[in-house]
Design a protein. Structure first.
Length: 387
């Protein structure tokens, strides 16, 4: 009898474990799906948030009022699309806080939040270094955009609340309270416009040049590599030779920064990316060099995503624990970047961590040497060996 009870308990435990495993798998598949969808928004997300708010709050209502019949609401359609974009971004964001076993980790969540605050702090520090007129313009721009975002959130709140109230009788007083305060969105828009008018007519800033003629020529780095295609950060002489051969300020500062980067051993490539993003953000922004993570490059229908863009002049792709047998996979990704960046001279640094320099040097050197002979975009491999 006791044996039967034990068997039943074990059977239930196996079933419960199977159910948990199934739930984990289905949940991970759910978030992975949204991360795949979100991939197509990389590099465009902030623009979609801002211009989407303009469309929802200003453009669509004007079209509805002037052209479209009352039964057809373009505002509602764009608002639902905007809500869908919010949900995709949220679920993709939530799906990033998992470890190598696809389980959520508070540590990864904390690191991502800290990184976001660091980037915001660095942006504010950059603004502080500008002149008063530029600071006032940026303040007006932030207020103007924030106002439209708040009003767009009001539209989303209404299309979410009203159907629930009508079908289920749920009043959702919290959303009603939020909507009552969104009138301040118009106040922020109005203040932003006043600032623009003041700056323009006092001739402190020409807004036509700022908004319609702001095409700066990209900073070009002509990377010159003679013999050292794969360098080791432990070999100071190698690094010095590379810097002497390529005295460009952005390149020199970036390589020197990589030389100073001494990360602790991590279990995931993403963790190294977070650590490097924090380091570069602090190190390079002091030199007024911008750092962009998960930078999207595109040509026609083909799209790629580079881990780091330095001032839109230098790209960094980070790889962890690459063995000689795995170099073909990494080189395939680099060739994809080359196809996208055809006729683009922006150089690329392949940053390799947790790998033994001597074990990959020869094969990687052969690949990069051949690559640099045939492509405009030059490639340099930098190996950061474990401490």
């Amino acid at each position: 009898m006791e044996t039967q009870k034990i068997t039943v308990i074990m059977g239930k435990q196996i079933i419960d474990n199977g159910k948990r495993a199934s739930i984990y798998e289905n949940t991970n598949n759910f978030f992975d799906f949204f991360r795949e969808v979100d991939y197509y928004f990389q590099g465009k997300r902030s623009g979609i948030f801002i211009y989407g708010a303009f469309i929802v709050v200003l453009f669509a209502p004007i079209i509805d009022y002037i052209i479209l019949p009352k039964r057809f609401s373009l505002t509602s359609i764009f608002t639902y699309c905007y809500l869908l974009f919010f949900l995709i971004s949220f679920f993709a964001w939530a799906g990033r806080f998992r470890d190598e076993k696809n389980k959520w980790s508070f540590k990864r969540f904390k690191e991502r939040i800290i990184l976001s605050f660091i980037l915001i702090k660095d942006t504010i520090n950059e603004v502080k270094q500008k002149d008063r007129n530029s600071q006032l313009f940026i303040l007006g721009l932030w207020l103007f955009i924030a106002g439209f975002m708040i009003k767009a959130l009001q539209n989303i709140s209404e299309i979410f609340r009203i159907p629930f109230n009508y079908i289920f009788g749920i009043k959702m007083n919290l959303l009603r309270t939020f909507e009552s305060y969104t009138i301040f969105g118009f106040v922020l828009i109005f203040i932003g416009i006043i600032i623009f008018i003041f700056l323009h007519f006092s001739k402190r800033i020409n807004l036509f040049e700022v908004f319609f003629n702001n095409s700066e020529k990209p900073h070009l780095i002509q990377l010159n590599l003679q013999n050292d295609y794969v360098v080791n950060t432990k070999n100071k002489e190698q690094i010095r030779n590379i810097i002497v051969s390529n005295p460009d300020l952005i390149f020199r500062t970036t390589v020197n920064s990589l030389l100073e980067w001494n990360p602790k051993e991590q279990h995931l490539e993403d963790d190294y990316e977070i650590d490097l993003a924090k380091f570069l953000s602090r190190r390079l922004r002091k030199e007024k060099i911008s750092v962009d993570t998960q930078h999207t490059i595109k040509s026609g229908k083909e799209t790629g995503r580079v881990d780091f863009s330095i001032n839109d002049s230098l790209y960094i792709e980070l790889k962890r624990k690459i063995k000689s047998s795995e170099l073909d996979r990494a080189s395939g990704q680099l060739l994809k970047y080359q196809r996208i960046l055809e006729n683009n001279s922006t150089p690329l640094i392949l940053l390799i961590v947790d790998s033994e320099y001597e074990s990959i040097k020869n094969k990687l050197t052969e690949f990069i040497k051949d690559y640099n002979k045939n492509h405009v975009q030059k490639l340099l491999a930098v190996v950061v060996e474990p401490l």
